[in-house]
Design a protein around this ligand. Structure first.
Ligand code: AHG
Ligand code: MN
Ligand code: MN
Length: 354
């Protein structure tokens, strides 16, 4: 974050004013700022639909088709995708990649940006009235065309962020100069700045993982979680707390607000060799945000932003959050003093053995 940005941005400032200030510094920035504004507009529309819940019909209803990743599409998945596409059509987005679209869509062929989006993250939570969100990543469009615009290291992103539709609607994004945190004002339907330069607490005692997959995990993850679960009686000598919302956006937002670490590792189930989450429109933007906030994001061992996608809906294992904790998890993969063969928690010496 530049000193100017720190001085200039004030709490309560509108998103429009924030983006105008940022884009005035360089003429190349206007198209990225327009994409952020368009996504904010789509997000406000999606938030309004979500706020009405079942009053507008069964938004969580499966509508028959499976998306590119094999998940059944729900009504709100499609509605959110349409809201995002129609907002982006009015920008200089050349290429659009979405969880809900099989292939890259060309929007404005002479545009200068490529935008990858998970229009509705956490869609299994819609009917339960649990937070869901929209996640996005922006690359400069490549002169080499659509695929080259996306199949490149995540560290080349121009912007990334997410919107969470929760008790309030939060919008976090980075333009590569720290993380900006906005909230939707329901009275005016505009986003207002809460803070700029958000940081993730460097250490934590809270972790998020779907523990029902324990038996499928590989040794480094089992050992790490065993050590956390053993708490003050185990090798870590302290107690930990666990959360699992099953909306990546909501987990990410919690980690931004109070620290923590999130894990969706690879496991031994068929189809989970690379975990569950998608590199282009889930891991890349989250990793960009998290690094901009002083945190870290890996696939367990390697930095996410160093990876290049080779296919549109490519999955990646994902570990992110407080930097110390992410480094510790990498050491369970890389360092024999961590990745030693310990008796499993549910095995011979296990806590849960009768
Ligand atoms: P999506 O709804 O876009 O498919 O994403 C759901 C993701 C993510 O939000 C969450 O962390 C994870 O799937 C939950 O997976 P499990 O149901 O396997 O726990
Ligand atoms: Mn998702
Ligand atoms: Mn989704």
């Amino acid at each position: 974050m530049s000193i100017d940005a720190q001085v200039r941005h004030t709490e309560g400032e509108s998103l429009e004013s924030y983006l105008n200030f940022w884009s005035a510094a360089d003429k190349g920035r206007g198209s990225v700022a327009a994409v952020i504004a368009a996504l904010a507009e789509a997000g406000a529309a999606i938030a309004a639909v979500i706020a009405s819940g079942p009053l507008l019909g069964a938004m969580g209803a499966e509508i028959g088709q499976a998306n590119a990743d094999g998940d059944k599409q729900r009504k709100l998945d499609i509605l959110a995708d349409e809201a995002v596409v129609s907002a982006l059509r009015r920008t200089s987005t050349a290429y659009y990649a979405s969880e809900e679209e099989e292939a890259i869509v060309t929007l404005n062929a002479d545009g200068d940006l490529a935008v990858a989006v998970d229009p509705l993250d956490g869609s299994s939570n819609i009917e339960a009235n649990i937070s869901v969100g929209t996640i996005f990543s922006v690359f400069p469009a490549s002169p080499a065309g659509a695929t080259a615009s996306f199949f490149r290291p995540g560290e080349e992103q121009s912007a990334g962020g997410y919107i969470v539709y929760g008790p309030h609607t939060s919008f976090l994004f980075t333009l590569g100069e720290g993380v900006a945190y906005f909230v939707l004002d329901p009275a005016t339907r505009t986003f207002r700045l809460i803070s700029h330069g958000l940081k993730i607490a460097p250490s934590t005692r809270e972790y998020a993982i779907n523990a029902s997959n324990y038996r499928h995990w590989l040794e480094p993850i089992r050992t790490f979680i065993d050590d956390c679960v053993e708490g003050s009686e185990g090798p870590r000598g302290k107690d930990f707390n666990m959360r699992w919302v099953a909306s990546l956006v909501a987990e990410t937002h919690r980690i931004f607000m109070r620290g923590g670490v999130f894990l969706y590792p690879a496991d031994q189930r068929a189809g989970y060799e690379q975990g569950r989450l998608r590199l282009l429109y889930e891991a890349n933007p989250i990793a960009f945000l998290v690094e901009q906030a002083g945190g870290a994001a890996t696939d367990g061992a390697e930095r996410v932003l160093g990876k290049s996608a080779a296919s549109l809906h490519q999955r990646t294992p994902l570990v992110f959050g407080s930097a110390e904790k992410v480094a510790r998890i990498a050491s369970y993969y890389n360092d024999s003093t961590f990745n030693r063969s310990r008796p499993p928690l549910f095995g011979e010496r296990g806590l849960f053995r009768s």
